[in-house]
Design a protein around this ligand. Sequence first.
Ligand code: 5GP
Ligand code: ZN
Length: 114
Amino acid sequence: MSDCLFCKMVAGDIKPDVLYSDEHVLAIRDINPQAPFHALVLPREHIATLNDLTPAHAAVVGHMYLAARELAGQHGFAADGYRTVVNCNRLAGQTVYHIHLHVLAGRAMHWPPG
Ligand code: 5GP
Ligand code: ZN
């Protein structure tokens, strides 16, 4: 997707602060952090929303969560805890239409979320 911000990051045309990278996903630091630690895990493949997932994407979704686990461990948040979030479409507040897993940590999280 040539007009997708996160595809441009995957392609290397835009260079974000990369925290983790493997053959399936890229994790970047969020430009507008909502917690002391705020990363986004994005698949290298363009998938617009959770609604567009198919069974063929099961492995890549699994790798997104494995990357979140890796980030939390590397940055020292595994034991105290962290929040993972995927926003889908307008009412959830999705603004970038290439799925991404938010990984938030470093403060107490509220429930229910806003
Ligand atoms: P959404 O609202 O779609 O769930 O999350 C999109 C996220 O992407 C937001 O948290 C926003 O701050 C982040 N974001 C938007 N543009 C950029 C950018 O250019 N660079 C980085 N690193 N994050 C971005
Ligand atoms: Zn994309």
